[in-house]
Design a protein around this ligand. Structure first.
Ligand SMILES: [Zn+2]
Length: 205
């Protein structure tokens, strides 16, 4: 009987050890997705269950773990938001959407798309590049921005800002610009970077 009890205890201890490994690994994964910005861009990196590799020179293996739910990163959410807003644009040649959020992702401060003035005819003046006559998405979002909010501001915009918009973004004290598509003129990049604004390109989904 005593031997049976001993055996039972050994089995229980072994199970508890295994469980604590599982819990620790899950916490590590959760922590990784929350704090590693790269994980937000490449969530599949943390999609799964970390298994410690015995060989120290080898990387930990990640195997499937359907119980762990991967949350979508904010970058992806906001860029899709900007993309949806762009669908309001009347310019079929290039629809652009912009969303300005606080850097803690807690608040949407403003949004805009390229279009006519309020109450205008809502038609483009020309299909030639640069001659649509539309107010740009970035400007439309900046003129509606809540400037009383002192939190850092990130602008998500579907197309890289033109020169004029880049200058307005600087004057509006936007802290970071995240864009998805390149623009035919990238001179605005120097304007933004010279002003100390962080610029990131979001991958096309
Ligand atoms: Zn512009």
């Amino acid at each position: 009987m005593k031997i049976l009890k001993e055996l039972f205890k050994i089995a229980k201890d072994a199970r508890d050890d295994a469980m604590s490994d599982i819990v620790r690994d899950r916490l590590n994964i959760a922590e990784g997705t929350r704090t590693n910005p790269e994980a937000l861009v490449n969530p599949e990196q943390f999609f799964g269950f970390k298994k410690k590799n015995k060989d120290k020179n080898e990387k930990d293996v990640i195997i499937g773990q359907p119980e762990i739910k991967q949350r979508r990163g904010w970058d992806s959410i906001w860029m899709q938001f900007a993309d949806i807003i762009s669908q309001r644009s009347i310019d079929d040649r290039r629809k652009v959407g912009a969303v300005i959020v606080t850097s803690d992702n807690a608040q949407v401060l403003s949004l805009g798309y390229n279009g006519d003035q309020r109450g205008g005819p809502n038609v483009v003046e020309s299909n030639e590049p640069g001659k649509s006559g539309c107010v740009h998405a970035e400007i439309n979002s900046l003129i509606k921005l809540d400037y009383n909010n002192q939190k850092k501001r990130i602008m998500y915009v579907t197309t890289f800002p033109c020169n004029d918009c880049s200058k307005c973004i600087v004057n509006a004290r936007i802290d970071e610009v995240v864009y998805r598509d390149d623009y035919r003129n990238s001179d605005g990049l120097k304007i933004l970077l010279d002003a100390g604004i962080a610029v990131r390109k979001h991958p096309v989904n």
